[in-house]
Design a protein around this ligand. Sequence first.
Ligand code: F6P
Length: 548
Amino acid sequence: MSHPKLTRLPQWQALKQHHATIGAKHLRELFAADPSRGERLAVEDVGLYLDYSKQRVDADTLHLLRELAEACALPQRIEAMFRGDRINTTEDRAVLHVALRAPATEKILVDGHDVVPDVHAVLDRMAAFCDQVRSGAWLGHSGKRIRNVVSIGIGGSDLGPVMAYEALRAYSRREMTFRFVSNVDGTDLVEATRDLDAAETLFIVCSKTFTTLETLTNAHAARRWCVDALGDQKAVARHFVAVSTNAGEVARFGIDTTHMFGFWDWVGGRYSMDSAIGLSTMLAIGPTHFREMLAGFHAMDTHFRRTPLERNLPALMGLLAVWNGNFLDAATVAVLPYEQYLKRFPAYLQQLTMESNGKHVTLDGATVDYATGPIYWGEPGTNGQHSFYQLIHQGTRLVPCDFIGFSQTLNPLPAQDGGDQHDLLMANLIAQGEALAFGKTADEVRAEGTPEALVPHRTFEGNRPSTTILAARLTPHVLGTLIALYEHSVFVQGVIWDIDSFDQWGVELGKQLAKTTIAELTATGEPKLGHDSSTNTLIRRYRHLRDD
Ligand code: F6P
């Protein structure tokens, strides 16, 4: 039985000791000690400005975190990923989402084969298809042009496309309707299609494996809906396309593989939105904008690969997450985009971060003796302020926050005082970070004339860490850089924790048990049940209430 090495590293021990001195220091002290802290602890590159000065770190912390990263071979692991080594060891796969956005001039080898031309060939096919649909050249079975696109997928085959569609709605073809169906709850599909004309609707079935229960169930139901409405089995050919790595299953479903857009086993599901899984995104925003988004991803990839750790945005984000999680004991991260278009960004990040780093054993299979991936969640500002921010400001748990905002809005709207509503939005973002960091002391509260009994209630302890990410404007390019920032930050954390950030065995058990349960729920007559008493009773109760 091997033991995890991380906590025995001298660099980890040094951070522990350092925490004993800095852990109690208030951000007020840290800012008072260094008047230029706000400028020094910030990095700007590839269109993103990252202010981490409101994190509870000083120069020593940052130095020690970098030393830890070196001890964990972060630079070498970054190279191994970009080189196409099989770093997803439990699935014996390379991890090359970076190849999905590599320019055609690059060469990336997987088992001696350059995958970059393959990537561009698929991108070109996607672009040609999107041009056909968007121009009206691609006709439905009854000769009508396609006005509705319904993307069916789940997890990585859904969350990225939904998030990107919402994020880039301002760049989308407004006269087309885009819907996304993921839940095996029939309501999802029924509500998504109820007002659509099947003759004008294209379904994209997105599934890397093309065996996922939810997606295949919904795809079959969608096919029935389409064929019933159009009265002809042959309609499937003009109304269904597939995105998958599994041509055999696509053909078995009944989609002609000439209408299939492929990708590869070296693309993880949650890292696939810039592969053909992004077909709905490309249909919405067009091939040019899609390529701009890929260029944004690539800009961050290059930054991550080439920039020294002290100015490396994903490395800094990842190391700060390790500091907050392992040394300040924060179990969670709130992602707070002050941008309505990013309303699905926290949901997207939940899979990216938690499916990647929700692991309890090291690459060698040793049980970790330290915390790994934190819980990510969030809502767009300012909605969260009127909901859960109370706990972040005055609760007993430490919730580090990522604030995300843009200097320019895509929808200027004059405010009644003469300014723009966007300034109001961004004033809130900036004020929240300030309030969390510095709080309000009891003396300050008293000085405002607050009755003594209310002083404790109105006191803000402060010292709540946050990072602020600022960009000029939400463009496809900026979205790409932002997503890649988080992708690589997740990787950095996984390297430090010595875990496989690219497998997801944890989703298997529930899937497996559901297979037995479905047979028991649908059995004729009383099924013989061999579960625990709670599960047995739930099954009986469900059947009773359903059939009553
Ligand atoms: O839930 C596990 C998972 O495998 C995810 O990692 C993946 O994104 C999702 O299911 C969908 O898988 P597929 O694209 O194969 O349908």
